[in-house]
Design a protein around this ligand. Structure first.
Ligand code: GAR
Length: 210
């Protein structure tokens, strides 16, 4: 089976969705480790509960982003996974890192990319008065939140939404969508082409929609 390492900085609800999916008998991949930049991330507890090996590369213990990335890269090289899943991993990765694992790095981003790259997407969507929001799963490239989008799920923005209610609605979709995309990757159905996503060998004209 293809091997997966999940990197998470926080609560790890996406990690949990992946762990749950990976327990299905026909799941085509195996989560071999979970890594975090935060020693106290709840994601690490979820992994431990599921008897998955964990590791920490604490960014506060590294002088520079390059040093942190080099250490993280060394851990990942040791594990040598087929896929690295960023699940709420809140560190920007260096170009060297991204290049080293090109085509093997997936990220979940809480917006309908290319709209709202970066942080605080829910607040920014509310401030803009948008009526539609959502989540994107994309391949990670050197451009921050700019890699080719594989799949999206949309959610409505409601009149009385706060950033929290909106985040919760988006996260419900993340938990459905991420396991589907990871499944596709493990089945060899999606890969990163020169600039775009290849799905069953053909370039995706637009992201798949849940
Ligand atoms: C998720 O909503 C994910 O989309 C977001 O962090 C959350 C992590 O939740 N990611 C980013 O904002 C990336 N810039 P989780 O720890 O419960 O999976």
């Amino acid at each position: 089976l293809p091997t997966i390492v999940v990197l998470a900085s926080g609560t790890g609800s996406n990690l949990q969705a992946l762990i749950d999916a990976s327990r299905e008998r026909d799941f085509p991949g195996e989560i071999i480790a979970v890594g975090s930049n935060r020693p106290k991330a709840f994601a690490l507890e979820r992994a431990a509960q599921a008897h998955i090996k964990t590791f920490v590369v604490d960014h506060t213990q590294h002088g520079s982003r390059e040093e942190f990335d080099a250490h993280l890269m060394a851990e990942l090289r040791r594990l040598d996974p087929d896929l690295i899943v960023l699940a709420g991993f809140m560190r920007i990765l260096t170009e060297d890192f991204v290049r080293a694992f090109r085509g093997k790095l997936l990220n979940v981003h809480p917006s309908l990319l290319p709209a709202y790259t970066g942080l605080n997407t829910h607040q920014r969507v509310l401030d803009a008065g948008d009526s539609l929001h959502g989540v994107s799963i994309h391949f990670v490239t050197e451009e921050l939140d700019g890699g080719p989008v594989i799949a999206q799920a949309e959610v409505p923005v409601l009149a009385d939404d706060t950033p929290d209610t909106l985040a919760e609605r988006v996260q419900q979709q993340e938990h459905l969508l991420y396991p589907i995309v990871v499944r596709w990757f493990c089945e060899g159905r999606i890969r990163l082409g020169a600039q775009d996503v290849l799905f069953d060998g053909a370039a995706l004209a637009e992201p798949m929609k849940l």
